[in-house]
Design a protein. Structure first.
Length: 248
């Protein structure tokens, strides 16, 4: 059985004292926790987060990385720079990166591949827009977005199905909508890497997850965890979401 994975995406929020306080509160709560927990903070908070989380059950993640080890890429951060800090996960292809910073399937896949080669595990985001859903094209879009994944290593990968219309809107996908998309993605994984690898890949749901809707979403057979944005900023809310994870 797949171990549930709960990931916090702080986006561009927080400061050093807040991340320290947050992890000091969260870590002792995870002693008997069945889930794997990752906290993805802005680049500037990674050193503090990694230091506080050392030796704890919390893994620290970044929210993006470049595909080169170094070079003339002003403003970018390489995967090796992240591993040097003690970071072990990175989110790639988030819809905010795609929408606001022209991220494409191709660049997201390049970033993810470089991250894996540097030893990072990747949370790779995909999902349809509201228009695409209303046109009945959700699975077609997921099929297109996932076509590049054959270049990645399924062992250091979690997919995050994040319908764009559900991110930060307070309107989550229903458990049935999430399950349909996740089952489709697992089928894509089977086609890319075989049934065994597909059975092991964790597929997270992301989009307005709260302590109120998490249990029903995580109860779906192909929903293996959650990528949580807004609600993860509050340690009480994120802890409550973690507690809804089924035992592995
Ligand atoms: C996200 O940022 O990945 C996300 C799912 O945000 P929210 O939980 O706020 O919808």
């Amino acid at each position: 059985m797949r171990r549930p994975l709960l990931a916090a995406n702080w986006k561009m929020h927080g400061n050093c004292s807040r991340v320290q306080e947050y992890l000091d509160t969260l870590i002792p709560r995870l002693d008997a926790c069945p889930a794997e927990v990752v906290v993805c903070v802005p680049f500037t908070l990674l050193p503090v987060a990694a230091m506080v989380a050392t030796g704890s059950p919390v893994a620290v993640g970044a929210q993006n990385c470049h595909w080169e080890e170094e070079g003339a890429f002003t403003g970018e951060i390489s995967p090796l720079m992240l591993t040097e800090l003690g970071v072990s996960w990175v989110i790639v292809g988030h819809s905010e990166r795609r929408r606001l910073f022209n991220e494409t399937d191709e660049t997201a896949c390049q970033r993810a591949g470089a991250a894996q080669r540097a030893g990072l595990a990747v949370i790779y985001c995909l999902g349809e827009t509201l228009q695409e859903r209303e046109e009945g094209r959700t699975l077609e879009v997921l099929g297109q977005q996932s076509a590049v994944l054959d270049r990645l290593d399924p062992q250091r990968l979690a997919l995050a199905y994040e319908p764009v219309w559900a991110i930060g809107t307070g309107r989550n996908a229903t458990p049935e909508q999430a399950q349909e998309a996740h089952a489709f993605l697992r089928g894509r994984c089977a086609a890319l890497w075989g049934e065994g690898a597909a059975a092991d890949v964790r597929i997270l749901y992301g989009g307005s997850v709260t302590a109120h809707n998490a249990q029903a979403l995580l109860a779906q057979g192909d929903v293996d965890g959650a990528l949580v944005g807004g609600a993860s900023l509050d340690v009480e809310a994120f802890s409550a979401i973690i507690r809804t994870a089924p035992c592995a």
